[in-house]
Design a protein around this ligand. Structure first.
Ligand code: DGY
Length: 325
């Protein structure tokens, strides 16, 4: 038996990340890219000093209980933390690490990609080209709204929202608005050329509405029938945050009824979305499988940062990226 601290890694990660841990700890890993079943997560967490998890692993009271009192660090390879019972971690003195910042650019790129894919109907167009419905060049076929001269609204304007805003400026957007829990300072607004809007105003005036907010009790299901009813029938809704901010049935109905024009979703409820889900039948809905941060560089950097957080946390050194509980 080694006297080393024990850690469990809940998915197969790049070797460069796992090796950071192997040098110091007794490491076991769920050596698969498929989601670890809950019963195995519970079993493998038992007796561990640290866990390195993904956003798909619910780190709830049950997991923390099963792990035991020696558990000192939970490090997640994500910026989102809604899968971790943070209150329980705080109560138990368990340190939490996460991976913000390094995924901002990649996620912003995907956000812009979804905006363009939905507004310029890229998926519809690709399918039409493939399936023979292309025909001749037609004056108004597969047209969509232009970003130029539009109003873009952000629900949540943290690192990722701001990175999208910066990337959209060269498109000639007329007006950027945002709604967040805490209004930003006037200096911030001036610096970034963005104005605060109430949630209702954001809904009513945005041509493109981008959800970049974290999932909390305040944001859960906030995009519901009432919200979609308030949006322009020409507007496009993008969600790169968490599926839980949307009442998905209401979104589906809004797209069918033409309450809004289109939606681009990188996140859904559940994930994966069953292939027979009605949203997949809608030509005005583009769905990607939660790939916001999926660039080679970003995912590797996230894995390495998660490993470094775990290493530092267990060695009582300052974590490179702690979440302050
Ligand atoms: C996160 O990290 O929370 C994103 O949703 C995936 O990279």
């Amino acid at each position: 038996m080694s006297g080393k601290l024990k850690v469990f890694v809940t998915a197969r990660l790049p070797a460069v990340a796992v090796n950071i841990l192997r040098e110091r700890f007794d490491v076991s890993m769920w050596d698969s890219e498929n989601d670890i079943p809950k019963d195995i997560l519970l079993e493998k967490s038992r007796g561990k000093d640290g866990l390195l998890c993904l956003l798909t692993n619910k780190i709830d009271k049950k997991v923390l209980d099963e792990a035991g009192k020696q558990l000192r660090v939970v490090s997640t390879m994500s910026v989102g933390l809604d899968h971790i019972d943070l209150n329980e971690c705080k109560a138990r003195g368990i340190k939490v690490g996460y991976t913000p910042d390094i995924l901002t650019s990649a996620t912003a790129e995907l956000g812009v990609g979804l905006l363009l894919a939905t507004s310029r109907r890229i998926v519809e167009g690709t399918n039409a080209a493939k399936n023979g419905s292309w025909g001749t060049w037609k004056p108004m076929w597969l047209c969509g709204p232009s970003l130029e001269g539009s109003t873009v609204g952000f629900f949540g304007l943290g690192r990722i929202g701001l990175a999208i805003l910066q990337r959209l400026k060269p498109f000639g957007v007329k007006c950027f608005k945002y709604n967040t829990l805490n209004e930003k300072t006037k200096e911030f607004e001036t610096e970034h050329g963005v104005t605060y809007a109430t949630f209702n105003d954001l809904l009513a005036t945005s041509d493109f509405l981008i959800s970049c907010s974290s999932l909390t009790s305040a944001t859960k299901n906030i995009f519901n029938k009432e919200a979609f009813d308030m949006m322009k029938s020409t507007s496009i809704f993008i969600n790169i945050a968490r599926g839980g901010v949307v009442m998905q049935d209401d979104l589906c109905q809004a797209l069918i009824d033409g309450k809004i024009r289109a939606a681009g979703l990188d996140v859904t409820t559940p994930e994966p979305l069953p292939t027979d889900h009605p949203l997949f039948q809608l030509p005005n809905c583009v769905i990607t499988p939660h790939i916001g941060s999926a660039t080679d560089e970003t995912r590797t950097a996230m894995a390495v940062l998660a490993a470094r957080n775990l290493l530092a946390g267990l060695e009582n050194a300052p974590m490179p990226s702690p979440y302050e509980l």
